[in-house]
Design a binder for this molecule. Structure first.
Ligand code: SF4
Length: 265
């Protein structure tokens, strides 16, 4: 790990470098106080069922694409699932107490995998990259990075960026917000490889829905400007030590609610 990538925010060779990712950007936009707890104070959070379910499904799908195309079917995914689960348990002992009903847990994971095969046919194409890390310095002070679930490059050169979601698709009108994460990845890919991705694709396994979007240079330039603006806002918040809590429905799921000033006055 490089010196730069080893810090969240901090002083590196006399220069403050801000580490930005789609998740941390979301945190800051949803609630600056939440961003501070996670990115500045680095407070630990217990694993959540939702996050662990997402990791398990991602790991099964990653392994699935290692198989020959003809073998990428529900039966193979069903066989991979318990192996991935055992590996996760071995790597994280806390999962044992988090998952109280293992059968129900695996049944739910299996249902999500079944949904996956209803919206994509992995036997019909080759995936080029899985769980790939993209990174780049956006400015002297802002480092941008993210892990992309899948990038598929067609024999004809078109690039598709794919992200799996284990939840349900957003309500009508909220698709743009969901696509922002993929635009960030598309920007990184474009800047690093000089190739404009053709298609962004969000696969929602919770309700078997797909959100697809094309992408243009104009949109990516707008994403670039937006990221720089958000980065500058965060840098100002850091220098002024001003991270106001923003109450919303998210508070009910926020692990830090018990220490948050917005709920403890
Ligand atoms: S409880 Fe709500 S306001 Fe407080 S940090 Fe969490 S999301 Fe922000």
């Amino acid at each position: 790990m490089s010196e730069r990538t080893s810090v969240q925010t901090g002083i590196v060779r006399g220069m403050e470098i801000l580490r930005l990712s789609p998740s941390r950007i979301n945190d800051f936009l949803n609630c600056p106080q939440l961003y501070k707890y996670r990115a500045i104070d680095l407070l630990p959070e217990p694993p959540s069922l939702e996050a662990e379910r997402g990791k398990l499904i991602h790991s099964v799908l990653e392994d699935l694409f290692e198989l020959p195309a003809a073998d990428r079917n529900l039966q193979s995914a069903t066989e991979i699932l318990p192996k991935s689960w055992q590996r996760a348990l071995h790597e994280n002992q806390e999962l044992q107490s988090l998952v109280t009903d293992e059968k129900e847990w695996l049944d739910r994971a299996h249902a999500l995998l079944t949904n996956y095969f209803s919206i994509e046919k992995p036997q019909t194409f080759e995936s080029t990259y899985r769980e790939i890390h993209l990174e780049r310095d956006l400015t002297d002070q802002i480092y941008l990075h993210g892990y992309v679930d899948r990038i598929d490059i067609a024999p004809t050169g078109e690039v598709r960026i794919v992200d799996y979601k284990t939840g349900k698709s957003p309500k009508a009108g909220y698709e743009e917000k969901a696509l922002f994460q993929l635009r960030v990845y598309a920007l990184l890919y474009w800047k690093n490889h000089g190739v404009l991705p053709t298609l962004l694709q969000l696969l929602y396994l919770g309700d078997s829905q797909v959100i697809k979007s094309g992408i243009s240079e104009i949109q990516l330039e707008a994403t670039d400007r937006k990221l720089r603006n958000i980065g500058d806002e965060i840098l100002s918040a850091i220098s002024e030590e001003f991270f106001p809590p923003k109450k919303s429905k998210l508070c009910d799921w926020c692990y830090f609610k018990s220490i948050c000033p917005a709920h403890n006055r």
